[in-house]
Structure formats: C-alpha cells, structure tokens
Design a protein around this ligand. Sequence first.
Ligand code: SF4
Length: 89
Amino acid sequence: MVNLATGDDSGHEITRLELMQAVERVRDSTAAMQTMLADPDRNHPRPIEEFPLVEPARRRDCQYCPFLELCESELGGDAVTEFMHAGGV
Ligand code: SF4
C-alpha cells in the first residue's frame, strides 16, 4: 500500500497460505449465500416467509439493514421513523 501524500510504501507480500485462506473464505461465503436461494442457477431467493424478522430486542438494527424495505410492512409500517422518534439513534 502506498500513501499518496507521503509516498511511503508499506507493501505487504501475500503468502500462498493467505491466498488459499482468502479463497476458502470466498467459497464459504458463496456457499452460505447459496443456501438462501430456492434456485441457485436462476439466483431466485427462498420465499420471504422463510426469513423471519429478528426478535424485537434487536430491531433497532433494522434501520441500518439493506433489507428494511422488504420487512417494513411486517414490522408495522414506518418502523424506522417510529424508532427514531422514540429516541433511537
Ligand atoms: S429489516 Fe433487516 S434486520 Fe430487520 S427484520 Fe428485516 S432483515 Fe432482519
């Protein structure tokens, strides 16, 4: 990595082991994501009913979740706005 402001080069040589571990993490992550699909070949997800809402104690995290739009009606309408008006974040 080169710091563009100073020109300092703090290079890091990647070992074969690190590379193999990275490949394994990608494979594991891909396999985990594919378990969420009904049809991996077509990239079709399992039905939303198979993805229950988080328990109420953890719903403050919903405001940061990329899937909020999909859950919002089940969460009770404008759940994030309600949470923020109640003093959250
Ligand atoms: S908005 Fe995200 S965190 Fe909240 S219930 Fe839906 S999927 Fe889970």
